[in-house]
Design a protein around this ligand. Structure first.
Ligand SMILES: [Zn+2]
Length: 155
């Protein structure tokens, strides 16, 4: 599903006209109409507002109901601030805000440097997933995992 289909669905589900939707989001009816034809997409601030007003995740709004992870560092993408941005200011559905901004990567790490940087979160990771990886074990697991992500798969 595309953002435009999600938005039409959301509006109808809430029994709103385009005018009513526009009012709730502080935009013009024309803006709502352009989103629904797919001519434009809501900007990041408006996406956040829609997410809050209608209790829908940014993933779903971007037409990506499955859980997304950054295809560079593997961080889960959940709230709007997690998502990187494309050159045209749309949110990226592939990369996080730490790795990707305005359509390009914010850092030039190698996969090994990315593994080392992620190891900073080892304690947190162990606590969350109930594992007890040593640094060496985590290094192997992480590298294997990162290799499956888009940024590293081609290397
Ligand atoms: Zn990332």
């Amino acid at each position: 599903m595309d953002t435009k289909e999600v938005l039409v669905g959301l509006r109808k589900e809430h029994g709103l006209t385009q005018d009513g939707m526009a009012e709730r989001l502080f935009v013009t009816r024309q803006a709502v109409s352009r989103w629904e034809t797919g001519e434009t997409v809501p900007n990041t601030e408006t996406l956040k507002l829609i997410s809050r007003q209608f209790e829908i995740s940014i993933n779903e709004l971007l037409g990506q109901p499955q859980d997304l992870v950054c295809q560079s560092c593997a961080m889960p993408l959940a709230i709007a601030d997690d998502f990187g941005t494309e050159a045209d200011e749309r949110l990226s559905v592939e990369y996080c805000s730490h790795c990707y901004k305005d359509g390009s990567f914010t850092h030039n790490r190698t996969i090994d440097e990315m593994v080392e940087s992620n190891l900073r979160f080892l304690d947190e990771f162990n606590a969350q997933s109930g594992t007890n990886f040593s640094e060496d074990e985590a290094r192997l697991v992480l590298k294997a995992h990162l290799t499956t992500l888009k940024r590293w798969a081609a290397q």
